[in-house]
Design a protein around this ligand. Structure first.
Ligand code: AMP
Ligand code: MG
Length: 486
């Protein structure tokens, strides 16, 4: 019987101030509902593992790993702007590390495998609905080329869990080089455990930021790198219209990965103030606020690292975040527009476009994809784009400016169009697509999960058999809402 390859201790080396050992809680009636062959191949896992009982037992939490033991890590964080104290892996269990054929290490984590010392009042479980959403979106983000944790497998069960309704439990196998969060550092800073804080920073640098060791001030270099990666990450989110939904500091990855998929959403009709999380009454985590919240979280991280930093240098790099973000953001949007040169008027061109889209609630993804077909000849009307706007003359005026801008850099339509199709996705995981997979899965048919995973692994390619998946959300999707409940 094929066995999952042996896992290695990694985080374990830090010692028990940083984690608790734990046994996953067995899951009755477990079923391997999804297996990600693309990630399995990247990890160097043999194909037969998908059909092995040993794999199911491991990923359901039905066997207790002995060496290394499974662990859950402690972290704290700021939730909705407020210090929340100790949180920790309340339902995530780290099994260990897997080395791929290139000797890159990957942490393997079970999300929803039962209670841990950090579960507080929670049951340590995750519901099927949110597990499917996490499985699909993390793979969709990877397909889009955006740094993210990954998903290897989804185990389902008939075991009941209680949220607003009775639902069933599922376990997602998550994979990332590291699941370190800003909140891990905040934990030791606020506890006054500065020796542990330094130990954790040293571990992070040695394992994941080795280039920092060459810098005169490695901890400052670590902070600089995290700031740069966070700015790049959020710029990438804005470009595809991804709203995270719960950007608490405990949901921010030190590595700059998208992590903890909960009430996330992609923009449909453009609204800068879109709030994807039904529980976010103030709109703290709205689309437009994400860049600023990134800075807030980086300030939390810098605060926590302060015992290791020169205060003035830390403040100086934090002050550089806005400029870094703006540069990354503008670079992304120039690419989306198909521009290869920089002109001062580009910002205006974009801002005018955003305001037109806001008024018309133009569908974000469809607009950018249709812009890939833009015909820059003076007589061209670009009807299918024009139809996306209520104020057609205003769109025509914008299109005229855009045409001039393209002319200015001697843009060739067919070359630019091909380039833009590699930047502006055709397929994104709209809520209604995930919902359809969830409804099917609840009725026992898991096939849509793999269909969507395959589709979203190639979001920039035309896939004519899936044309309807690139369309506007159907009317029934208007009633969908996602909240923190998961
Ligand atoms: P989240 O809002 O999902 O980022 O979770 C915030 C904190 O609550 C983390 O410490 C989670 O591990 C914990 N948590 C969320 N849901 C549960 C649950 N069902 N059982 C135990 N802990 C949970
Ligand atoms: Mg979380």
């Amino acid at each position: 019987m094929p066995q999952f390859p042996p896992l290695q201790a990694g985080f374990h080396a830090l010692g028990t101030d940083f984690f608790s050992t734990i046994q996953p809680t067995p899951l009755s009636d477990a079923h391997l509902a999804a297996w990600n062959p693309a990630l399995a191949a990247e990890l160097g896992l043999p194909e037969e593992l998908a059909n092995s009982d040993a794999t199911l037992d491991l990923l359901a939490g039905n066997v207790a790993p002995i060496s290394p033991p499974a662990i859950t890590t402690v972290y704290s964080g700021h939730q909705f702007g407020v210090w929340a104290g100790q949180l920790g892996d309340g339902r995530a269990i780290l099994l260990g590390e897997l080395y791929d054929n290139e000797m890159n290490s990957h942490e393997i984590q079970l999300k929803g495998a039962g209670r841990t010392p950090y579960s507080r009042r929670g049951d340590g479980r995750a519901v099927l609905r949110s597990s499917i959403r996490e499985y699909l979106c993390s793979e969709a983000m990877h397909g889009l080329g955006i740094p993210t944790t990954r998903a290897l497998a989804l185990v389902t069960s008939s075991e009941e869990v209680y949220r607003e309704d009775v639902e069933t439990a599922a376990v997602v196998t998550r994979v990332a080089p590291s699941f370190l969060r800003f909140g891990h550092f905040e934990h030791f800073f606020y506890a006054g455990d500065h020796a542990q804080l330094q130990q954790l920073a040293d571990y992070a640098i040695q394992r994941y930021f080795p280039a920092s060791l060459d810098a005169a001030t490695p901890y400052q270099a670590l902070l600089d790198t995290v700031i740069a990666r966070t700015a790049e990450l959020i710029a990438a989110w804005q470009a595809v219209g991804f709203c995270h939904g719960v950007m608490n500091s405990d949901n921010m990855s030190l590595l700059g990965l998208t992590i903890d998929y909960g009430p996330y959403g992609f923009l449909d009709g453009f609204d800068a103030n879109h709030i994807c999380n039904h529980s976010d009454h103030e709109g703290r985590y709205s689309y437009a606020n994400q860049p600023e919240i990134g800075l807030f979280n980086l300030q939390c991280l810098a605060q926590a690292l302060l015992p290791l930093l020169d205060r003035d240098a830390a403040i100086a790099t934090l002050n550089g975040y806005q400029a870094r973000f703006k540069a990354a953001h503008l670079a992304r949007f120039r690419e989306k527009l198909g521009l290869t040169t920089h002109e001062p008027e580009d910002k205006n061109l974009l801002n005018t476009l955003f305001s037109l889209m806001q008024t018309s609630r133009t569908d974000w993804t469809i607009f950018w994809r249709r812009l890939c077909d833009f015909d820059s000849r003076p007589e061209a009307v670009n009807e299918s784009l024009r139809d996306l706007f209520l104020d057609r003359p205003a769109f025509d005026a914008w299109a005229a400016d855009y045409r001039l801008r393209l002319r200015h850099e001697a843009s060739q339509d067919s070359e630019r169009q091909a380039r833009m199709r590699r930047i502006n996705p055709k397929y994104i995981l709209r809520n209604h697509l995930a919902e359809q997979a969830i409804r099917n899965a609840s009725a026992g048919d898991f096939s849509q999960i793999e269909t969507l995973r395959r589709l979203l692994a190639r979001p920039y390619d035309e896939q004519p058999e899936f044309e309807t998946y690139a369309g506007l959300p159907p009317d029934w999707a208007n009633d969908l809402s996602v909240s923190c409940s998961s």
